[in-house]
Design a protein around this ligand. Structure first.
Ligand SMILES: Cc1cc2nc3c(=O)[nH]c(=O)nc-3n(C[C@H](O)[C@H](O)[C@H](O)COP(=O)(O)OP(=O)(O)OC[C@H]3O[C@@H](n4cnc5c(N)ncnc54)[C@H](O)[C@@H]3O)c2cc1C
Length: 389
């Protein structure tokens, strides 16, 4: 992990270029800045990728799905880092970043959904996660706006939230103030005789640095100059997501994140402090870049089944973005050449995992090895075909 010691600031400041200003690039750039690095971030449209869409659920327990043993440990470790990360950024930026440690309530829309939640609870408990199954009437005492269709629920105290737009804006301001931000696309990396020396920008100019970190989300593999042996197996998994404003007379609509399974289909409502609620999210691989009408219809249908008052709210925003998916849903983080580190493929959990990913990325940039089990789990080359001689 990056250590923030006095000797960091005394040592000769080394330079790093971070390609991409989504949550991963920004959080990693900030770790590096904090450790005394001279940081340049380049992005033609900062904070506009998947991180712009994200609800910001920090949900290691309710996001558990079967057969992802590597991911569980990473998600739990990341969740533990969040309170400190959010507090540090808020203090440095002098403003809150929308980190709330309110619990999550997962609701069942019918008897089969309740059974599915009960089955999952077995796995969640086996993994040491804290949860409590409650009746629908108890759930309604907690959240009076729940609809009559809710037949049971599970309380998850350790699944929290952050507002990705607020924390990214805070990080971005800190980086603009203490580092350098270049609003340009990086076309690729360039090499000296034996190592990566910097990036080539879209206007044909170049930037030089001791290290380059590629955190360009889904576009990371498109940069030129990456090692031939490196293939980043990224695929777009689109998500539609809505933002609504609750009228004063209905506030608060819900006081904690309300997730649910409605006839097998997942949906969530994440309430913000400003009276808005985020409703998400679909998961589709149909290549449709804008919001899907079917997707939006499904979200509204299922959200209003959990919380009927949704239908009385104002629709503020409909957004679709692609998550950077990987074959095993685990990110791709590693030092792939001298002077070159990649950190991408955070798929469905990039906001949660950014607290950990930023530290791992910063460690690699600084030339520190990751703990072997973690290094193997996130190795960007783990899918490369094994050569048989
Ligand atoms: C609808 C939806 C809901 C989600 N909800 C959650 C959630 O509740 N919790 C959670 O943990 N995760 C959630 N996620 C997942 C999360 O949003 C992603 O895993 C995460 O945002 C990935 O961050 P990133 O920084 O790698 O990529 P991005 O946010 O996509 O950032 C990449 C950046 O790189 C820039 N870029 C691209 N190419 C270049 C280039 N050549 N040069 C310079 N810059 C470049 C882009 O402009 C962009 O700003 C959600 C995702 C979606 C789509």
């Amino acid at each position: 992990m990056v250590e923030h010691t006095a000797s960091d600031s005394r040592s000769r400041s080394r330079s790093v270029i971070v390609v991409g200003a989504g949550i991963i690039g920004l959080a990693t750039a900030w770790e590096l800045l904090d450790a005394g690095w001279e940081v340049t971030v380049c992005d033609p449209a900062p904070m506009s990728g998947a991180s712009f869409a994200a609800a910001g659920m920090l949900a290691p327990a309710s996001e558990v799905v079967w057969d992802q043993p590597t991911l569980y440990g990473l998600m739990v470790s990341a969740a533990q880092l969040w309170p400190r990360l959010a507090a540090r950024v808020a203090t440095e930026a002098g403003r809150p970043v929308g980190h709330l440690s309110t619990e999550t309530l997962v609701c069942a829309g019918d008897a089969a959904d309740r059974q599915a939640l009960a089955d999952l609870a077995v796995l969640q408990r086996r993994l040491g996660m804290d949860l409590r199954e409650i009746s629908s009437s108890t759930a309604r005492l907690l959240e009076p706006a729940l609809g009559p269709g809710v037949v049971g629920a599970v309380r998850i105290p350790d699944d929290h939230q952050v507002d990705p737009r607020r924390i990214m804006a805070a990080l971005f301001d800190l980086l603009e103030h203490r580092g350098t931000v270049v609003r340009q696309r990086a076309d690729g990396v360039w090499w000296t005789a034996e190592r990566v020396g910097g990036v080539r920008l879209a206007d044909g100019s170049t930037l030089a640095a001791d290290e380059v970190l590629v955190a360009a989300g889904l576009a990371s593999g498109e940069l030129t100059g990456l090692p031939d042996s490196l293939e980043l197996p990224l695929r777009p998994v689109w998500g539609d997501i809505l933002r609504i404003r609750v009228p004063e007379r209905l506030r608060p609509l819900v006081t904690r994140t309300v997730r649910g399974l409605v006839h097998g289909s997942p949906v969530y409502l994440v309430p913000r402090e400003d009276g808005t609620v985020v409703i998400g999210a679909t998961s589709r691989e149909d290549g449709l870049a804008g919001p899907s009408i079917g997707g939006v219809h499904r979200l509204l249908r299922d959200a209003q089944r959990l919380v009927p008052g949704v239908l009385e709210c104002e629709l503020l925003e409909v957004t679709a973005r692609a998550r950077p998916g990987t074959p095993d849903d685990v990110p791709l983080i590693g030092r792939v050449a001298p002077g070159l580190t990649v950190s991408t493929g955070y798929f469905r959990h990039g906001i949660l995992l950014s607290a950990l990913g930023a530290r791992l990325g910063a460690d690699l940039v600084a030339g520190r090895d990751l703990e072997p089990e973690t290094a193997a789990a996130v190795d960007p080359r783990r899918f490369a075909p094994v050569e048989v001689r």
